[in-house]
Design a protein around this ligand. Structure first.
Ligand code: GCU
Length: 368
């Protein structure tokens, strides 16, 4: 199913409802899960085209140099520090911290790009390693700066047009390239998480790399797990985000300011592209800017695709009280979900509990 070249915004139809993810470009709805693969490719190309831009090319190699290693006092865990070198036309590197429990066997690993905001708090490292998870924290802003400056990957590829979210998602993939060379890493148990702009990035990383078994954006809102067509009062809109931080996106996304109804997708379809792999959104009820109610809507709408693929239990949402942060409670929820999805333990809590009344008017289609 090819739809190239993509129409301009004026040629796109007005769609008041969330677009139907099962509808092909020829106007027919797919009927069987076998047909999802090619439709998924079409959606992915379209979403990268209009919103994030393509990801940069895959580098020839990545290699890491360990600069430090120590045992953590009182924890049965090790903290190793690396510099990860990525071989692009102008070589890039980023700092990487790996916390791992001292135990035998292959470990699930949670990758998080938010190291630029500081090391994970001790109680998070303790809880994750106690449960047998490694944590790999890297600094996505060393891949591309969180500013309009075209440094980092943009110096390596001067014509590269993707926004920061795409460049950072590529950074997650490079960290995974390295992790998969370590004998202690379980290749089918890679988790991608991140907070806010890092959560938007983690979602895109999970969409674009099937090596990620569980995708877990935290408080990711606009451009992440939020919703564009349903904006709860006080939530960030396309106009807001592009006024403040246009460089996170492809320049084409500007065309949709004030014209959201012409957007040929909404973020429920971005989430659906992770299916049937596991995904969890963790949300804070007082984080109105991040549109937690809109994220409930995209969860329910994306779940239709999971249901269609007979993977309904692989998508979850979890709400807590409180504000915008990647709190220990969010990590607990992620670890509970990962224990269930990746390690096969019985779910320790419900991951389908809604926090808002359902809004029937936002979309009327259902899984075929
Ligand atoms: C700003 C931005 C949000 C983003 C947040 C963050 O508030 O508008 O979209 O999620 O920063 O990254 O903390």
């Amino acid at each position: 199913m090819e739809l190239r070249p993509f129409p301009t915004v004026d040629e796109l139809p007005v769609q008041k409802e969330l677009p139907d993810p099962f509808l092909r470009a020829d106007g027919k709805r797919i009927a069987s899960p076998r047909e999802w693969k090619s439709l998924r490719e079409h959606w992915l190309a379209l979403i990268l085209h209009y919103q994030y831009g393509e990801l940069p090319p895959k580098p020839r190699t990545v290699r890491a140099e360990r600069t430090d290693e120590k045992t953590l006092p009182d924890l049965n865990a090790v903290r190793a520090e690396y510099r990860l070198y990525i071989e692009t036309p102008i070589p890039l590197s980023t700092r990487l911290l790996l916390f791992r429990p001292r135990r035998r066997g292959r470990l699930p690993v949670i990758v998080d790009g938010d190291l630029g905001w500081g090391e994970p708090k001790r109680d998070i490292v303790e809880e994750a390693t106690r449960r047998g998870y490694a944590l790999a924290f890297f600094d996505r802003t060393q891949i591309a700066p969180d500013s309009p400056e075209r440094k980092g990957i943009y110096e390596a590829y001067p014509d590269y047009e993707g926004g920061r979210l795409a460049a950072w998602a590529w950074g997650y993939h490079r960290v995974i390239d390295f992790l998969l060379t370590l004998p202690e890493v379980h290749f089918r148990r890679i988790v991608a998480t991140g907070h806010s702009r890092g959560g938007k990035t983690a979602l895109l990383a999970g969409v674009t790399d099937e090596r990620i078994a569980l995708t877990a954006p935290n408080n990711s809102g606009c451009g992440g797990a939020g919703c564009y067509r349903y904006q709860a009062p006080g939530s960030e809109t396309i106009a807001d985000i592009l006024r403040n931080i246009p460089y996170w996106f492809h320049p084409r996304f500007q065309q949709f300011v004030g014209r959201v109804e012409r957007l040929p997708f909404d973020q429920h379809i971005v989430k659906a592209l992770v299916a049937p792999r596991a995904q969890l959104s963790t949300e804070a009820l007082a984080d109105l800017w991040a549109n937690p109610e809109g994220t409930q809507i995209t969860y329910l709408a994306a779940r239709e695709v999971y249901r269609f693929l007979r993977a309904e239990n692989r998508i979850g949402i979890w709400f807590r009280e409180g504000e915008h942060e990647h709190s220990p409670a969010d990590w607990q929820a992620l670890l509970d979900f990962a224990d269930w999805q990746l390690l096969g333990k019985a779910p320790a809590r419900a991951f389908d509990r809604l926090a808002f009344a359902q809004r029937e008017e936002v979309y009327s289609w259902r899984a075929p």
